[in-house]
Unconditional design. Structure first.
Length: 156
């Protein structure tokens, strides 16, 4: 186990297919995570997630590269890499969402952000990043679990 471990999981009262759509469809991602998403959910696709924090003067845009897609169980992408270059294990972090069916109407949602140990950052910067992103993922997972999924159940 890494000292820079960033992962959390939460039970969501919605079927796995509904949770899958909510975490992968750009028009639904803004309901729980980023303020905007331009994303094609297929391996190798490039996209962006836009965040508009109140403390920032301008939106923050995160470039992402989709790594793996296995509906409705696994979705992963790389982010936090220099703009204009290919994302690699050495220059980016990997975000992996894993969904596990829990009966007909419940899903175990797990998110892990890995690769921090491979980054050539000072230890205090890694520690701060891990603490900040762990807090962030817990916040966003809570937002996801609190959604009214009745609006999303018939969405395709």
């Amino acid at each position: 186990m890494s000292v820079h471990e960033i992962e959390c999981e939460i039970q969501i009262d919605a079927p796995i297919e509904v949770v899958w759509r909510t975490i992968t469809e750009p028009t639904l991602i803004d309901k729980w995570f980023s303020d905007g998403a331009d994303l094609d959910v297929r391996s190798g696709a490039l996209g962006t997630l836009t965040f508009c924090p109140e403390t920032a003067e301008a939106p923050q845009v995160a470039e992402v590269t989709v790594v793996a897609v296995d509906p409705p169980h696994l979705f992963s992408y790389r982010w936090n890499y220099p703009s204009g270059v290919e994302a690699t294990p050495e220059n980016s972090l990997l975000v992996t969402f894993t969904l596990t069916r829990q009966g007909e109407a419940s899903t175990l949602f797990r998110v892990a952000e890995t690769g921090l140990d491979q980054r050539e950052w000072p230890e205090d910067e890694k520690r701060d990043y891990a603490a900040d992103h762990l807090k962030g993922w817990r916040f966003h997972a809570g937002r996801l679990a609190a959604l009214d999924f009745s609006d999303h159940k018939s969405a395709r």
